[in-house]
Design a protein around this ligand. Structure first.
Ligand code: FES
Length: 137
């Protein structure tokens, strides 16, 4: 089972780098692994490193963990959705931006937190969102 997980991990990384539509790749993994669809789906949705949709060049993640949520991350997520016209869990058609709500990223002392690619922004307010997004145009 460990080898299967490792295989999935690298295959999904490859897919995230190359694919624009993962449905056919998902079915390819099912075929290659000779596994049940629900088993592959279960593994691929359990680990947060696996994603079923390709991430954008600018990958935005808003923490929706308890500390961040209590301090307003929901409003921050709404503001980003409003500015980019991009619902959480999706990627723009041109592949430039993707937006997701994440679980706690372990930076609760900076709540509310968002990340853009690997850059962490903390102690945010809704008014900070436009300035952050402007850096990635
Ligand atoms: S709850 Fe957001 S970093 Fe922990």
């Amino acid at each position: 089972m460990l080898l299967v997980k490792v295989f999935f991990r690298y295959l999904f990384i490859f897919i995230n780098l190359k694919a624009h539509s993962c449905t056919s790749h998902f079915l390819l993994i099912v075929t290659l692994c000779k596994s049940a669809l629900e088993e592959v789906y279960g593994v691929s949705t359990f680990y947060s490193q696996f994603v079923l949709n390709p991430k954008g060049d600018v990958s935005i993640a808003v923490c929706m963990g308890t500390a961040c949520y209590v301090k307003g991350s929901g409003e921050i997520l709404d503001k980003i959705t409003q500015i980019l016209g991009l619902p959480s869990g999706s990627t723009t058609p041109d592949g430039k931006y993707s937006l997701e709500a994440t679980r706690c990223i372990g930076a609760c002392g900076l709540a509310p937190v968002l990340t853009v690619n690997n850059e962490v922004y903390g102690k945010l307010g809704v008014s900070d969102v436009e300035d952050i997004l402007a850096k990635y145009k």
